[in-house]
Write a protein that binds this ligand. Sequence first.
Ligand code: NAP
Length: 277
Amino acid sequence: MSLNSKVAIITGSSSGIGAEIAVKLASMGATVVVTGRQSDRIQEVVNKCQTLLSKTADEHRSQVVAYGVSCDLTDDKDVDRLIGSVVDKFHRIDILVNNAGVGSRSQFLSDGNEYFSQYDQLMDMNLRSVQRITRLVIPYLIETRGQIVNISSIRSRLAAPKNFAYSMSKAAIDAFTLALAKQLAPLGVRVNIVSPTTTRTPLWKTVYGTDQLVDSMAATMKYTCPLGRIGEPIDVAEAVAYLVSTNSLTKTLITGQTVPVDGGVLCSGVRHNYSVK
Ligand SMILES: NC(=O)c1ccc[n+]([C@@H]2O[C@H](COP(=O)([O-])OP(=O)(O)OC[C@H]3O[C@@H](n4cnc5c(N)ncnc54)[C@H](OP(=O)(O)O)[C@@H]3O)[C@@H](O)[C@H]2O)c1
């Protein structure tokens, strides 16, 4: 499953699922671009990836396993700078994982204008910024016959009444992926989706200010998730690794598809209705 000589940009890789994807792809030989807004957290993930190199002692491998760049994806100039610095440094891009995303607590029926202000911020991050970075990277992916993986959510299909905007943003990412997969297939670029269920990451604390919710969801999922557990970031990272590794001819025929990492939640029709105190 070697990704030697491939350059992979993983957005939102300073935390949670993205950090695990960066470490996983680095362990497979890729040079990973670790990005987010918080430099200290970016550096932690870069260090983790570099530790892999010292452990594997692969003399054929570039000394740069991970390259950290801080970037606010909602700032167009910052995104231009990110891609510019990656191209200046590595002269190629093979993989783009659009992972960065935010949640929101705002309620559609009860939160008045506050709902629309959070809606605008969420759509800016979860939807507009994904299109912007993708468009910038596509010319390089065409050169390398590369790949895009978009991190969606089961919420795109199992909409959450308590989180309209988030569910809508992920449904739009699904539609974007399908259209893009069709458009880029003749150019040799594959575009797929990984769609996680509830996963134990810092996102929950960021949105709700407490780890209590994710702990209670983990407990509930023993019973409500057919496979009996909450997702972990490594579950999602393994699915991304499966899609981007080209070690079989069959995989190079997969595009416009969704890999749900959901413990069977989507197929079971289980109703998730966690109460947030
Ligand atoms: N956790 C779940 O239950 C779950 C379930 C389904 C899908 N997902 C999806 O999985 C993806 C990753 O989520 P996660 O749970 O790993 O969240 P997380 O731990 O909160 O990480 C989010 C990442 O996005 C980055 N980010 C946020 N806003 C940004 C901005 N404006 N510019 C640049 N980077 C930004 C954060 O970096 P900084 O804070 O450093 O900016 C961080 O690296 C998201 O798309 C999410 O919707 C999560």
